[in-house]
Design a protein around this ligand. Structure first.
Ligand code: NAI
Ligand code: 15L
Length: 267
């Protein structure tokens, strides 16, 4: 198998559970980790309970690891203090431990909320400035910059996968643009792990949807070709449907309703 030991954080979460069986073939041992309880170890797995904000525990977690799929952390809008611990401190701990143990590559589960304040009628590539839509999005921007820094400074390669909305199917009209099927998520991770040189790469993670917000020209070396498309769900969200007004955040912004979650200013 290509890797001896692969680390998956966030293994108790929605995507962690989806990914466990899908990445088993990539490593002799997949070490799955979360602060929450996880399903018992399957053949070829190690299960390690660990709080990402605990630096010593993350250092232990990283022993013998070749590459990291970093999916652990808070995954929706929350207080600064909460994202500070789980996402900012947590991702810093992952990179420090990776450096300590000579890990060569991290795939970071970043988010569309790093650019959530772009409007859905804009078309951006990875060189567009970030426009986080909340504390959660800010923590993803910080995580991406950790990847940039640890590549420039320590040579640890990173792919930041800016995941749109990874669910069995789009749950609303916005997700016709942001949807990433589980098969395409798996393929994006495969490309991110097995492309020989990635340096520091930002990859937008969506399926081949008819509505396009993102241009992956700066990640072309990864060769990611999504095979699914939200088009097969178009009947769920016909143009003639009853939707919120075009100015409603769900319809207007890449980040959808996240632009209104969390702190309120000037009210
Ligand atoms: P999730 O919330 O279901 O899973 C996240 C996991 O991280 C949870 O099991 C949680 O217990 C764990 N976690 C939280 N704080 C932790 C800590 N301090 N130490 C250790 N583990 C901790 O989220 P989901 O949907 O599985 O997403 C996984 C990753 O992908 C997250 O980083 C999320 O931000 C990112 N993402 C997901 C998207 C999606 O469509 N599902 C879209 C964009 C990004
Ligand atoms: C995310 O970053 C969240 O983790 C997930 O819960 C979804 O809401 C997704 O983005 C989205 O924007 O649809």
């Amino acid at each position: 198998k290509p890797f001896n030991r692969l680390l998956l954080t966030g293994a108790a979460g929605n995507l962690g559970k989806v990914l466990r069986p899908r990445i088993a073939a990539w490593a002799e041992i997949v070490r799955v980790s979360d602060v929450a309880a996880m399903a018992p170890a399957q053949a070829g797995e190690e299960v390690v309970r660990c709080d990402l904000s605990d630096k010593a525990a993350v250092n232990q977690l990283m022993r013998g690891v070749d590459a990291v799929l970093h999916f652990g952390g808070i995954s929706t809008e929350n207080t600064f203090e909460a994202v500070l611990r789980a996402n900012i401190q947590g991702t810093y701990n992952i990179y420090e431990a990776a450096h300590l143990h000579g890990v060569r590559r991290v795939v970071f589960a970043s988010s569309n909320h790093a650019v959530g304040f772009y409007e859905q009628n804009q078309f951006i590539d990875a060189h567009a400035p970030t426009r986080p839509d909340g504390m959660y999005g800010l923590s993803k921007v910080f995580g991406e910059q950790l990847g940039r820094y640890y590549y420039d400074r320590a040579g640890i390669e990173t792919v930041c996968l800016r995941i749109g909305s990874s669910y069995p199917e789009p749950a609303n009209r916005r997700m016709m643009g942001s949807w990433l099927s589980y098969d395409d998520l798996q393929e994006a991770l495969r490309c991110s792990l097995f492309t020989p040189r990635v340096g520091f790469t930002v990859l937008f993670g969506t399926s081949d949807n008819p509505v396009r917000w993102w241009d992956n020209r700066h990640a072309s070396h990864l060769g990611f070709r999504p095979k699914d498309s939200s088009a097969r769900f178009a009947h769920l969200f016909p143009d003639s449907g009853a939707y919120p007004s075009p100015n409603d955040p769900l319809m207007r912004y890449v980040g959808g309703t996240f632009v209104n979650d969390g702190p309120r200013y000037g009210e």
